[in-house]
Write a protein that binds this ligand. Structure first.
Ligand SMILES: Nc1nc2c(ncn2[C@@H]2O[C@H](COP(=O)(O)OP(=O)(O)OP(=O)(O)O)[C@@H](O)[C@H]2O)c(=O)[nH]1
Ligand SMILES: [Mg+2]
Length: 282
């Protein structure tokens, strides 16, 4: 867990060894709870990637925070992520103060250490140690791989004994259709700014297998007509780029050729509307 953009999903992917969660440099990329499984000879780690905890401005934001808090009570170890390239802020202090009430072992993970010099890292580690009495503090880089294995060792050390929970070949509990929708949203997030990333949602409506081709029909939702024009771009150029980017990723995931049909629709103010939120799976 951690505030938005702290590097939680990138780290989850690095530990699992496969992309199961989408990532972006926009805050609040993750919108649901994603389980990733690491299989080791001595242990099985079920990683639970959560949305970034933040001060909510919409009903969606509230729902996302609720999801995070639900997870806290279900896990054995909580890794709180702090990005090394940003100073400790009010959000981090707020999150740490909530850890007191929890049963789980709480460790601190200082992420993105490849972005800072040793002196800055030392300062960050000190600041983190003063926030809360963490059981351990582990600096890592998901991008360079530095200390990722050491982090998994630490987590395994704090795991209770348990029967194996997932079969050997399962890396995530994400349904294929959800993963595909997420890959489309990730492609759509690239290059958009301000409020627009928050307004984008994707639903895969239909998947048809025809020979060695998979046909995918998906709707990309925005909240206003003006956003629709931005997403589509002049003569559809942007939407076409998004489709191409997403299709490449989906083909990699499925290992099959893909035809992707993307429609942009307006769902007015969906982030604040309980009925629309339900329709979009929140
Ligand atoms: N250089 C560097 N960048 C990283 C590292 N980990 C994550 N990032 C970048 O940080 C940004 C945010 O990463 P995410 O993994 O999406 O962050 P998150 O905590 O899951 O964010 P939310 O889902 O919005 O809460 C992305 O642009 C990543 O590429 C790292 O170890 N090194
Ligand atoms: Mg994330």
């Amino acid at each position: 867990m951690g505030r938005p953009n702290a590097g939680k999903s990138t780290l989850t992917n690095a530990i699992v060894g496969q992309k199961i969660a989408i990532t972006s440099n926009k805050p609040q990329t993750t919108r649901h709870v994603i389980r990733g499984i690491l299989h080791r000879p001595d242990a099985q780690l079920v990683l639970v990637d959560t949305p970034g905890l933040h001060r909510p401005r919409t009903l969606l934001g509230q729902r996302l925070n609720d999801l995070v808090r639900e997870v806290w009570s279900e896990v054995d170890v909580i890794g709180v992520c702090f990005p090394a390239d940003e100073p400790i802020g009010r959000g981090d202090r707020f999150i740490s103060s909530e850890m007191n009430a929890l049963k789980a072992t709480v460790i601190a993970v200082v992420t993105k250490v490849d972005l800072v010099d040793p002196q800055t890292l030392a300062q960050r580690l000190l600041a983190v140690s003063e926030l809360y009495d963490f059981a351990e503090i582990v600096p890592v880089s998901a991008v360079s791989g530095h200390q990722v294995e050491a982090l998994t060792d630490v987590m395994v050390r704090h795991m209770p004994e348990s029967p194996q929970l997932y079969p050997d070949d399962v890396l995530t509990d994400e349904p294929e259709q959800v993963l595909i929708g997420e890959l489309i949203r990730e492609a759509a997030l690239e290059g958009v700014r301000d409020e627009l990333p928050h307004s984008i949602a994707v639903m895969v409506e239909e998947m048809l297998v025809e020979g060695n081709l998979t046909k995918i029909y998906a709707d990309l939702y925005v909240e206003r007509d003006s956003q629709k024009s931005i997403v589509i771009g002049t003569r559809g150029v942007r939407l076409k780029e998004v489709g191409t980017r997403a299709r490449t990723e989906i083909e990699q995931l499925l290992g099959r050729r893909v035809y992707l049909d993307l429609h942009v629709r307006v769902a007015k103010e969906w982030q604040r509307d309980p009925k629309q939120l339900r329709k979009l799976g929140f």
